[in-house]
Unconditional design. Structure first.
Lengths: 208, 390
């Protein structure tokens, strides 16, 4: 089960292992395109990325990726239904103003969605708040409250409830424990909401 | 576009190049233009750099803008001080790498830099065409370029690249000959001229036509409408810059004086700059060509062409992979116009990359040394080349 492709971050390795070779992928907030580059090279995936930051967009295009500069909330609106096999939102959900809208768009333009985010109910976050009485700062959420791009705090449990309320299915779920820059990590099976630093979810539309 | 002819900062150059001529559409096989008239013979001036590979898959076409020519890179002789207009982008190891690609740049139909235009001799009268030259379109320019490509034995073009009016030709290529174009790089351009752009062009044309020397386009044996053309160029230069770049470049600084002259001399640096650009331009450009090319650009509208009525339908013909680039301070072809075509490409499931480059220099940014643009183009071309070679 453990992916071996150690050239990319561990959470991205998990995502990559879920993507069928030869499929068509849209990466939202793709950064410098590490995942897309990996998928293109190793999985013969046709991919497009959307990224807001000009420097990162340029980096992607320079390394031979197809990437559009723009706001993911707006850019997703242009695509026809089922334009992609997978739409990936990696480590960005916590920065989205209208997550429900975006996830619905993802599942309109893609057959499947992949969503990952840092788990706010990790024990270290709980402990910090309890002991210091201040907004927690962790390796996964490293910003002070006043200069963070992360406008939402999400626990693994919250995302499951969000799926029921928004009306989509969680098809697959992996909780992991890793340092953001580490190429390796562990899959957490017991007390995941307490012990996992990240959650990775494969989502789809509700059947019927 | 302005003239920013600059040497490469690392001294790299494709070296000595040669201007070539291709004549086709000789009567009775004249070229039929979009307005229904026939034109022939037609000559295109062109230059090529690099080597066409054995499977003829590495051809890159460069499209020049309003006042450009076929001389994109290199020099004509050892003593030639001025390299081509895109020397910073075209050459060994550069954004458009002459070591890897076979590059063709031709002067557009209607221009005055060696290709057939209003200043050419009308074979029927033995005199310059003047206004007897038919009003050509961007589509006609591209049709002529296609004849050249056929002549060179190139069936598929790896990439069509150009900015501004050159970008209009790039888009036209993608819709007119979709099966020929593997990829395209439209820079600082638009799917149709806006009212603002048409307005600037019209004022520029009026300046030429108001010059008594213009004489309804018949001036080739006498004094030329230099004053009108100079004013037209001055207007152009305002549109190529931006509020920001003019503040940086000139501000309210005075030219060679410490106080106002209290007459109508060029007090301000910006006035002096525009006058200089205008007077320099008339030495090398034909006023009638200015009229014809700007009109062709104003007529350009992808949504009207191909009976589509919508940009999405227009791009349904396209098959190329696109790299669309705009610049933040470009007010002649602002980013929203590039985004409109990107949107239409997305709706057609086309492979499109888009980058808006932060630049203070207005529309002209695409001609100025810009490492970002160079790297983008280099990466994109390498990718499409590798994907095609596979």
């Amino acid at each position: 089960m453990k992916p071996r492709d150690s050239e990319i971050r561990f959470d991205l390795q998990i995502i990559a292992s879920w993507i069928e070779p030869g499929s068509k992928v849209l990466g939202l907030g793709c950064g410098e395109g590490d995942l897309l580059h990996f998928l293109k090279k190793n999985r013969r995936v046709t991919c497009t990325g959307i990224e807001r930051n000009e420097d990162k967009v340029a980096k992607c295009i320079e390394r031979g990726l197809t990437v559009l500069q723009g706001d993911i909330n707006e850019e997703v609106l242009d695509y026809p239904d089922d334009a992609f096999d997978y739409v990936i939102l990696s480590q960005t959900l916590q920065q989205i103003y209208e997550p429900g809208e975006l996830v619905r768009s993802m599942l309109r333009i893609g057959k499947r969605g992949v969503v990952s985010f840092p788990n706010f109910s990790h024990w270290s976050v709980r402990l910090q708040l309890l002991t210091t009485g201040r907004a927690p700062i962790t390796k996964q959420l490293p910003y002070d409250w006043h200069d963070t791009p992360n406008i939402r705090v999400i626990a693994l449990k919250d995302f499951r409830r969000f799926s029921r309320e928004t009306g989509f299915s969680i098809l697959r779920e992996v909780a992991i424990n890793t340092d953001h820059h580490e190429k390796s990590g562990n899959i957490i099976k017991v007390f995941a909401n307490l012990r996992a630093t990240y959650g990775v979810f494969l989502i789809g539309n509700n059947k019927g | 576009m302005s003239e920013y002819i600059e040497h490469d900062k690392n001294g790299l150059s494709v070296g000595i190049v040669e201007k070539k001529f291709f004549t086709f559409a000789r009567p009775p096989k004249e070229m039929t233009l979009e307005n229904g008239s026939a034109l022939g013979p037609v000559t295109l001036t062109y230059e090529t750099y690099g080597e066409l590979n054995p499977d003829r898959s590495n051809a890159v076409l460069i499209m020049h803008a309003l006042s450009g020519d076929s001389h994109a890179a290199g020099c004509y002789s050892k003593d030639d001080a001025k390299p081509g207009w895109w020397e910073i982008m075209v050459g060994p190891g550069k954004g458009i790498d002459t070591d890897k690609y076979f590059i063709v740049c031709s002067n557009i139909l209607g221009s005055c830099m060696g290709s057939t235009g209003p200043g050419s001799i009308n074979p029927k009268t033995g005199k310059a065409f003047g206004l007897d030259f038919p009003v050509v379109t961007i589509g006609d320019m591209v049709t002529a370029q296609k004849a050249l490509i056929d002549h060179l034995g190139i069936e598929r073009v790896l990439s069509v690249v150009g900015g501004s009016i050159g970008g209009l030709q790039v888009l036209e290529w993608c819709l007119r000959y979709p099966e020929v174009v593997v990829s395209a790089i439209p820079l600082a351009t638009t799917p149709k001229h806006s009212a603002l752009t048409i307005a600037f062009n019209e004022v520029a044309r009026q300046a030429i036509m108001a010059d008594p020397n213009w004489n309804k386009g018949d001036y080739y044996n006498g004094a030329k409408p230099d004053l009108g053309l100079a004013v037209a160029r001055m207007i152009g230069h305002i549109t190529y810059l931006s509020d920001e770049s003019m503040r940086h470049k000139f501000g309210r600084r005075l030219q060679d004086r410490s106080d106002f002259s209290f007459n109508f001399d060029a007090d301000f640096q910006v006035e002096s700059y525009l006058r200089y650009q205008g007077s320099k331009f008339v030495e090398r450009f034909d006023a009638n060509s200015f009229l014809y090319i700007t009109k062709a650009a104003d007529y350009f509208d992808l949504t009207r062409q191909y009976d589509s009525g919508s940009l999405v339908k227009a791009f349904s013909r396209a098959m190329a992979k696109f790299l669309v680039v705009s610049f933040t301070s470009d007010w002649l072809y602002p980013t929203y116009q590039s985004k409109a075509m990107v949107k239409a490409m997305k709706k057609n499931d086309l492979d499109v990359s888009f980058c808006e480059i932060e630049a203070d220099w207005g529309h002209d940014a695409f001609l100025l040394p810009n490492e970002r643009l160079t790297a983008l183009m280099k990466g994109f071309l390498e990718r499409v080349y590798n994907e095609t070679a596979r």
